[in-house]
Design a protein around this ligand. Structure first.
Ligand SMILES: *Cc1c(COP(=O)(O)O)cnc(C)c1O
Length: 389
């Protein structure tokens, strides 16, 4: 008789992390044949010229390790774009790093900045990767909740100011904001500036939706404000901008001293990022039209989707940026958000994400999030189904 092997156990470093609601809702959408307006990715293809540019890079033999910090032509194109749009000239060699998507940029920024016991302020509803990344770094997430008024969600900066302690190392911000679709304006910038002035608090600014700001408003990047740029890791993602979420290429822009520390972690975290994609993106970025036209492209989809929703009993929240539309369903049902999202998927055939999933301790506001980064036909189909409610 063979002796049974002793079982090996591993104490979880992230005991609170389970299957995410995105996976659950996507699986349910497939099972029920629902239109998936849950998870945030386009159901249409990218520009074939971008695929050609990456293919050409592979054919030209750009298939080995690139420089650790990113392909120089791409870093230069990123620095030029930021200078053009936001008026801040980063040094492409010392201040721009190409990453494996925004997720890795966020994790790496947090790992290089946060030590055991440091506090990091996060604003709920919060993107799902922030808190686990802070916990892996040994930091303590300190949450402040956005307020929800007649004009939608807003950051209560007085609460953020109160959450600051001598242990505060970092504030995580995200504008345009997923899931609420709110964007920062001058008042947000002024309040944030007042909070950090005279402190050594760093900022991680998640700006992956920087090119999706509507109604002629502008994206208030941290790069626009020298005082804020001096303490910020500014993160963006080509996945969101060029409809290629599966490519996982992004970047971080930060002052040289912060970038130097970022790169020490990056070097042993991923080392380098997909070479042909970087060359292809560098060539493709030479034409600014695709990112300049993105706001108009998504504004059309937002307007089409909102116009259709007007015929339902959903109450529309404002959507000033991103490709997400939040709706209040309290005129339709009083069940908790996760339950409502499951019902909507199973019975109506449209998948949505409960906003409560973006809170550490679920907060019920009667609100779900739809993603409108879909073909017009997909949105029409979803609207027809929603109209049956
Ligand atoms: C999609 C998303 C990311 C992740 O971007 P990747 O480039 O796919 O890693 C980060 N932050 C927010 C707010 C997002 O919506």
């Amino acid at each position: 008789m063979q002796k049974p092997l002793p079982s090996v156990t591993l104490e979880s470093k992230l005991p609170h992390v389970g299957t995410t609601i995105f996976t659950v809702m996507s699986a349910l959408a497939v099972e029920k044949g629902a239109v998936n307006l849950g998870q945030g990715f386009p159901d249409f293809d990218c520009d074939p010229a971008l695929v050609d540019a990456v293919t050409a890079a592979m054919e030209h033999g750009f298939n080995q390790y690139p420089p650790m910090t990113g392909v120089p032509a791409l870093r230069e194109a990123i620095a030029a774009k930021i200078a053009q749009l936001y008026g801040h000239r980063y040094d492409a060699n010392a201040e721009i790093t190409v990453t494996a998507g925004a997720t890795q940029a966020l994790l790496t920024a947090i790992l290089c900045a946060v030590r055991q016991g440091d506090e990091v302020i996060v604003i709920e509803p919060v993107y799902d990767s922030y808190v686990p990344a802070i916990e892996l770094a040994g930091g303590k997430p300190v949450t402040v909740q956005m307020t929800l008024g007649p004009n939608g969600y807003a950051v209560p900066w007085d609460e953020v100011a109160k959450a600051v302690t001598p242990k505060t190392r970092l504030i995580m911000i995200n504008s345009p904001h997923n899931p609420t679709g709110t964007i920062f304006d001058e008042r947000d910038i002024a309040a944030l500036s007042d909070i950090v002035r005279g402190t050594d608090i760093l900022i991680v600014s998640d700006e992956v939706y920087e090119h999706m700001v509507f109604d002629g408003r502008r994206h208030d990047s941290m790069c626009r404000y020298p005082e804020l740029a001096a303490r910020s890791f500014v993160v963006s993602s080509f996945g969101k901008t060029y409809h290629v979420t599966g490519w996982k290429v992004g970047y971080v822009a930060a002052p040289a001293a912060l970038t130097a520390e970022f790169r020490k972690v990056h070097q042993f975290n991923v080392f380098t990022v997909n070479t042909p994609a970087q060359h292809g993106l560098a060539a493709y970025m030479q034409n600014p039209a695709p990112y300049l036209e993105l706001a108009g492209f998504y504004q059309h989809k937002r307007d089409l989707f909102r116009a259709g929703l007007e015929a339902t009993r959903f109450r529309l929240l404002p959507c000033d940026g991103t490709y997400f539309q939040c709706v209040d369903y309290s005129a339709i049902s009083s069940v908790p958000e996760a339950e409502f999202a499951k019902w909507l998927t199973s019975e109506i055939g449209v998948a949505a994400i409960p906003v409560s999933a973006f809170y550490g301790t679920p907060r019920e506001s009667g609100i779900v999030r739809f993603c409108f980064a879909k073909k017009d036909e997909t949105l029409q189909t979803a609207l027809k189904r929603l109209a049956t409610m």
